[in-house]
Design a protein around this ligand. Structure first.
Ligand SMILES: C[C@H](N)C(=O)N1CCC[C@H]1C(=O)O
Length: 698
């Protein structure tokens, strides 16, 4: 029956080049959905920080909790799909929930809604917070809920002998995920940077959320258009409840028969045979075997997800100048989807066939093991880059130290003698940073100021001015206002982006301009000489004193680590997606997809915990620690994988069903046969068939 069902699938949809046409609608749907998800995610932290005015800690925690939730809800979606609504209806209903969530986010970002005094800031932040939290909850429910269903639904469209086509489908599916992710992470930050509003213009978060909302509606419409072409497997009752009851019964029954007088059974699940269908028991065994294999996998995602956090922070201490192109630290993350788009076709059409030609059996579990090793290599590369960066970082005073900076505002060198130190000559217009270990008190110096205690964030440059003139000077640029600086006084630090900046120096109605170029992560004190004459060129009357050197390690050095983690992802994640489908029984395809996505959620939680707990002072050491942990996990996984036997669930199910039918016929012809005897015999036969169908090892 199952084989016929599979054959019939091809009649639902037109076949183009050996592929059912229906999968076109599924991959387009996935592309739009991932655009929607990653596009919204790209601006989420900034929305929390600058629109809702949350601090960094709250913004980061809510962000990671949301991401983890998005990979937890697949369990719900899978249960609904496999037990109740079927995948098709689940995708439709949850996509509507998802689109409503995206619209709620877009509306929550319209500041004019509560801006009754029209000053550009919302008057009721509670309204915006509540609406956006409701929106995020619906999105997590929607995106997570449909994710396992869409992948499994795509796999369902292939017939019995279309293993190769189904593998290609999962690769194309992954390409679409990353195509959507790449485009949206480029586009939505640009939309956010626009200014919009009815009464006052503000950064346009509503547009940055609105476009992903529109794409989600498009995803839904495309999916519905394909409706007539899909093969829609019927849900087979409340399968999850049956599974739980069956496992519970097996455990209880095993415990009841723990005495040695009862003969052992091949598998602990066989203790459910007295009450449950042998087919269901075999299906549960298949799922449990795969889920057991998944236990070490979250570690891969723990490393993978640090691309967005630790690696982006690393990029903030690097130089992003690529000649005509200046890359911002967070833009480095787009290297991952770009590499996915190139590596997936290369792997599929070159590397894997080449390995096959060499006579090597590169099975899915071997690919996943190699994928994990590549991710570990990526972290070793990250550690090497970090060591280079650390060499260029300035020394800041520790908590038991103090720092004194002396600036010579005169036009000649001066000799400075600090208590307990040799005299030193300080040239004109130069700063001498002095880190002091003991508690020497310096008196009669410039008033206390909040100096920098770390490199400027996000690749910005920290700039301040010192006024050496006898009149107050106002300094400003397009991006920052340093305010009015009193004679012989200094301004606060302002953050300036990399590239050229022009400062306007003003005193009364007179002004002049000073321009300079900035790299990434530097800090300067600009000293305005007493000789400055307004109205003329003031380029020569301002001296830039370098407090912190600009980042000198180039961001291109991160490319190897991105390459290895992405090559690892292709081998691990694309293969894992297909493996989860092919090894799942027909009635639990979405459940196993959800199990796979659950490993992503756990990986994210581990990142959260590690970020809180890890107190390793050296970042490079933390990278090495993670790489070592993954190698250890990888060894465990390869041992587990060695003992795993691949199965063909369709064949096993077909054999079970055939045998059950035969037994029914037998029962009719031989009434009165002892039931216990039959169960025993069936059990032996079924095991034989199960064993025959599970012969390939890792
Ligand atoms: C963007 C990533 N390269 C990627 O494709 N994924 C990360 C988690 C799983 C997968 C996805 O489905 O988004």
């Amino acid at each position: 029956k199952i084989l016929n069902e599979k054959r019939d699938k091809l009649e639902f949809s037109k076949v183009v080049c050996g592929y059912p046409l229906s999968i076109f609608f599924i991959v387009v749907n996935e592309f739009c959905e991932r655009f929607s998800y990653y596009g919204m995610r790209a601006v989420l932290v900034l929305y929390f920080k600058y629109f809702l005015r949350w601090d960094d800690d709250l913004a980061t925690s809510i962000y990671h909790t949301f991401v983890a939730l998005c990979y937890l809800t697949p369990i719900l979606g899978a249960i609904v799909a496999d037990s109740w609504l079927g995948k098709f209806k689940t995708i439709i209903y949850l996509s509507i929930v998802y689109a409503v969530g995206q619209v709620a986010m877009a509306v929550s970002a319209i500041h004019d809604i509560t801006d009754s005094d029209r000053d550009g800031t919302p008057d009721s932040m509670t309204f915006h917070i509540v609406l956006s939290m409701v929106g995020l909850f619906l999105i997590a429910l929607g995106t997570g809920g449909i994710k396992p269903c869409v992948a499994a639904f795509g796999g369902d469209q292939f017939g019995e002998h279309q293993d190769r086509q189904r593998r290609t489908f999962f690769s194309v599916f992954y390409l679409c995920i990353n195509g959507g992710s790449l485009l949206s992470t480029i586009i939505t930050p640009v939309l956010r940077a626009q200014e919009c509003g009815i009464y006052s213009k503000q950064k346009c978060y509503s547009l940055a959320f609105g476009v992903p909302a529109a794409l989600m509606v498009v995803a839904l419409v495309v999916f519905i258009i394909g409706s007539g072409m899909y093969y829609k497997a019927e849900p087979q009752g409340n399968i999850m409840l049956d599974v739980c009851k069956c496992i519970g019964f097996a455990i209880k029954n095993r415990y009841r028969h723990r005495s040695k007088q009862y003969p052992k059974r091949q598998h602990w699940m066989d203790w459910a045979e007295e009450k449950y269908d042998k087919l269901l028991i075999a299906q549960i065994k298949m799922v449990l075997k795969v889920l057991f294999l998944y236990i070490p996998l979250p570690m891969f995602w723990t490393l993978f997800d640090q691309k967005g956090s630790r690696w982006t922070l690393q990029a903030t201490t690097m130089d992003g100048n690529f000649g005509a192109l200046v890359i911002q630290p967070d833009q480095m993350q787009t290297v991952n989807p770009i590499l996915i788009l190139t590596l997936v076709p290369i792997m599929d059409s070159l590397i894997y066939p080449l390995i096959k030609k060499c006579g090597l059996n590169f099975t899915p579990l071997k690919r996943m093991t190699v994928g994990m090793l590549l991710a570990a290599i990526a972290f070793v590369c990250a550690a090497l880059v970090q060591i280079q960066i650390d060499k260029t970082l300035p020394t800041f005073p520790s908590t038991s130290q103090s720092q004194l900076k002396l600036l010579n505002m005169g036009s000649n060198s001066v000799t400075v003698k600090l208590p307990g130190n040799d005299a030193l000559i300080l040239p004109a217009a130069q700063v001498y940073p002095f880190i002091n270990n003991c508690n020497t008190k310096f008196t009669n110096l410039l008033p206390e100021t909040n100096d920098l205690t770390s490199k400027p964030q996000e690749g910005n440059n920290a700039i301040r001015f010192v006024n050496g003139m006898k009149t107050a000077v106002n300094v400003s640029t397009a991006a920052a206002d340093f305010g009015l600086i009193e004679p012989f006084y200094y301004s606060n630090y302002s953050q300036i982006k990399n590239g050229k900046a022009t400062f306007t120096l003003r005193s009364g109605s007179q002004s002049c301009e000073y321009s300079t170029n900035f790299g990434f992560g530097s800090s300067y004190t600009f000293f305005i000489h007493s000789t400055l004459v307004f109205g003329s060129n003031c380029q020569d009357s301002v001296t830039a004193v370098e407090d912190i050197k600009p980042n000198s390690v180039h961001m291109a050095l991160q490319i190897p680590q991105y390459f290895f983690i992405t090559a690892g992802e292709v081998m691990f994640s694309v293969t894992g997606l297909e493996f989860s489908y092919s090894q799942a029984p027909s009635n639990m395809k979405a459940v196993l997809q959800a199990g796979w996505l659950f490993t992503v959620a756990i990986g994210n939680f581990i990142v959260l915990i590690v970020a809180e707990l890890a107190k390793i002072p050296k970042q490079w050491a933390e990278y090495v620690l993670f790489a070592s942990l993954l190698v250890a996990v990888c060894v465990i996984f390869s041992i587990m994988a060695y003992f795993y036997t691949y199965i063909d669930p369709t064949e096993i199910e077909a054999q079970f069903k055939k045998k059950i039918n035969e037994d029914d016929e037998d029962d009719k012809s031989k009434p009165g046969k002892a039931e216990v005897e039959m169960v025993k015999r069936d059990s032996i036969k079924c095991h034989d068939e199960y064993d025959k169908a599970t012969q390939t090892k890792m």
